[in-house]
Design a protein around this ligand. Structure first.
Ligand SMILES: *Cc1c(COP(=O)(O)O)cnc(C)c1O
Length: 394
């Protein structure tokens, strides 16, 4: 069997280079030919502590040896611990665990609809942002504002109204008695690291309170320390009613969560669930991840290294006549000004550096939260080389 035959045994859901990753440690990944890569994608802002970190390996090993799956019909220690820790470290009271970010958002949508049914005369509509990304289940694709998805998998789940980000008048215009919630990412990740302005978030909180609808923040990408605070909502001083987490909370294993305030937590037994939801194996990892993030100085270092990465990217941009750097903490993007991002990603990969291009003109940087300054310098060095030596048609 050739490598290509093996590739063809998988459904072609993504364009992938003929690379098979075999192992990884920290900031490094190694492929089937022994080639090493410096990884600034880290599973799309997922691997909080890099590849196969001790924190995750230890938690998995310890938990696997005692209890993997008692079933969601019973309580288990790690799920209780993690839910308690999350409540203690956020403005929320109750948690529902899921296996992916999309599933968490699906849960948040269901919770908002249940709430609308119970407390707002059957309101079910949810206002979301143009260009937003909330996942790939049918409902979360319907909630997403990705233009390429408009015609895909029709008919969509009804009840999602799209408005431009940072436009409070647009939100005001579509909120009616049928509206249950407004839902958004504090920083639109897949759209190209576009922050919701602090002013917009504050106005949005005011508007949703006045009009009696819920505010849902999708922190699947921004949560768990990514932006330099445990949760991005802390930076705006705005408390949502519901928040979803994913990606970084599992640091590489499938774990996600819906968090809600007490008065919104209105699921009745039987409304929501799932075979693997809140299983102790994943929850044990979540506990270890959260414990590490709230260690003194950890988030301070994330902010410091985020500032350093931004600074080095700005220098690089000046040297090569590129555009601006946007984002916060260790979720940053560099505007290349021309549609060369995909070509840069491919060349960089040849040079042993893994980067992501969320848009044709944009590079996104999502290193592990414990990335070192040395790794940042090395990344900048490679990217500088790629931009200096290789030619890109502009
Ligand atoms: C990645 C992402 C999701 C989807 O998470 P999955 O685990 O891939 O289902 C949802 N929302 C945002 C903001 C994301 O970045």
């Amino acid at each position: 069997m050739t490598e290509q035959d093996q590739f063809d045994s998988l459904m072609a859901i993504a364009k992938r280079p003929p690379i098979i990753m075999t192992h990884g440690k920290g900031a490094r990944l190694v492929d089937q030919h022994g080639k090493e890569y410096l990884d600034f994608i880290q599973g799309w802002a997922v691997n909080t502590f890099g590849h196969s970190p001790e924190i995750v390996v230890d938690a998995l090993t310890r938990q696997a040896n005692s209890l993997i799956n008692p079933s969601p019909a019973f309580y288990n220690g790690p799920a209780l611990d993690l839910a308690t820790k999350l409540s203690k470290n956020s403005c929320f009271d109750r948690v529902f665990f899921t296996n992916s970010g999309a599933e968490a958002n699906e849960g948040a949508i269901k919770l908002a609809r249940k709430w609308g049914c119970k407390y707002r005369g059957g309101a079910y509509e949810i206002v979301t942002m143009e260009n937003s990304f909330h996942g790939r289940t049918l409902a979360t694709m319907s909630a997403s504002g990705k233009p390429q998805w408009k015609e895909l998998f029709e008919p969509k789940v009804p009840g999602f109204l799209k408005v431009p980000l940072n436009d409070i008048d647009a939100v005001d215009a579509v909120v009616t008695e049928k509206t249950a919630a407004v839902m958004l990412e504090p920083i639109l990740g897949e759209a190209g690291v576009i922050p919701a302005s602090e002013c917009f978030l504050k106005e949005l909180r005011k508007l949703t309170r006045e009009r009696g609808v819920l505010l849902i923040l999708d922190e699947v990408q921004t949560g768990m320390g990514r932006t330099g605070k445990l949760f991005a909502y802390e930076q705006s001083g705005v408390e949502p009613d519901i928040m979803t987490l994913g990606k970084g909370i599992g640091a590489g294993v499938p774990l996600a969560a819906v968090l809600a305030k007490e008065e919104v937590s209105c699921f009745d037994p039987g409304d929501q669930g799932g075979t693997y939801n809140g299983n102790p194996l994943m929850a044990a990892v979540g506990c270890a991840v959260l414990d590490a993030l709230i260690e003194p100085q950890f988030l301070e270092r994330v902010r410091e290294h985020g500032d350093y990465l931004a600074l080095r990217l700005e220098e690089l941009a000046r040297r090569h006549g590129l555009g601006t750097v946007q984002g916060r903490g260790l979720l940053l993007a560099l505007d290349l000004k021309y549609e060369i991002a995909e070509a840069v990603v491919e060349r960089a990969r040849d040079w042993g550096l893994l980067l992501n291009a969320p848009r044709p003109t944009l590079l996104r940087f999502m290193p592990a939260l414990n990335v070192s300054k040395k790794d940042i310098d090395e990344m900048i060095g490679i990217l500088d080389g790629v931009l200096s030596v290789e030619t890109f048609s502009r």
